[in-house]
Design a protein. Structure first.
Length: 144
């Protein structure tokens, strides 16, 4: 699925640094314990419609899962897909410039699931919030 049409197909120059929020620190590495990682890929200079999706995803994670982020049970990464320093993780996930993945990790072995249904509710922040929240809740329950 290509979303380049939204941003006119132009890719901005590489970002200076990757963005991350909440409890995640440093570059993404698969955890060695059990937990859930959420990775949101975006471009550093997203068009308005894609920026709105990113804001909704970030708000959903940070609003509904503050305790899980604090405990480390959940880690949340925002990764710039136009930052050359992220090329290894981009190759690992084979993602689009804008993508959302949940990685369920049990004892250091992870299963990454792309959340493509997110794009079906694009333009509706409440629906994005609900979808992201439900997907993360399910992943956390799967590992409980």
């Amino acid at each position: 699925m290509s979303l380049a049409g939204c941003s006119g197909g132009a890719t901005p120059p590489p970002a200076q640094a990757s963005g991350q929020t909440a409890a995640a620190q440093g570059a993404y590495q698969l955890r060695s314990d059990t937990g859930v990682d959420v990775l949101y890929f975006e471009e550093s200079k997203a068009c308005d419609c894609m920026a709105e999706v990113g804001v909704a995803v970030k708000n959903a994670v940070n609003t509904h899962f503050a305790q899980e982020l604090q405990s480390g049970e959940l880690r949340f990464f925002v990764i710039y897909s136009d930052d050359w320093s992220n090329r290894e993780i981009l190759e690992m996930f084979k993602n689009q410039p804008f993508d959302l993945f949940i990685v369920e990790v049990e004892n250091g072995r992870g299963l990454a699931t792309p959340l493509y249904e997110l794009w079906g509710v694009m333009g509706d922040a409440e629906a994005i919030d609900l979808y992201v929240r439900q997907q993360i809740e399910q992943s956390l329950a799967d590992l409980a």
